[in-house]
Design a protein around this ligand. Sequence first.
Ligand SMILES: [Zn+2]
Ligand SMILES: [Zn+2]
Length: 194
Amino acid sequence: MFLLKKGDWEIKKTKKKGWGIFSKIKIGADIVIADYLGMVIKTADYDLENDKKGLYLMYYTDRASIYPDLSRPSPHLINHSCSPNCWMYPYRGHTLFFTLQSIDPGEEFTISYLLSPDDGSCNPCVHVCKCDSENCTGSMHLSKDKYEKWQRFQNTEKKKTKVAKFIFGKNLPMLSSYPKTVPHNPIYTIMCSA
Ligand SMILES: [Zn+2]
Ligand SMILES: [Zn+2]
């Protein structure tokens, strides 16, 4: 769900990527804009064969994943970019989305999907990137180097807060409170550079 006020964002059709989420206001950098909510499912039970792209399943714990309600406009509609203006922040097990830089009215929110490196098992790979940014790698898969850097950072970050309670088969409830901002970290610049 979006943590921005209703009316401060909108869903619009993009030229090449289907739907996208756009800002209607100016937003500063490091601001938490969304929480990736949905049904808590057992990752082992998830039928990946029927969901080749597998883009909406979000890691929660080693056994649990979050699957959003696709019938509602939610952060799952934020498109991938190789030069995203938002990033993910692990907080109490939840995945919060925050702004990496200031966002102008009319600008599309973008994020890196942080897909694991393509080791050949993704065949044929459907994760083609059409973000048109200068750094576009043409793929949503990360390089091995970046992926490992990100995993290391995320694992340390995750330990800083305790995973919020959840029940399998139920929607992950909102947190009772959210941080307004996310601390700056050079990792994001590294991850976004070519
Ligand atoms: Zn792929
Ligand atoms: Zn790209």
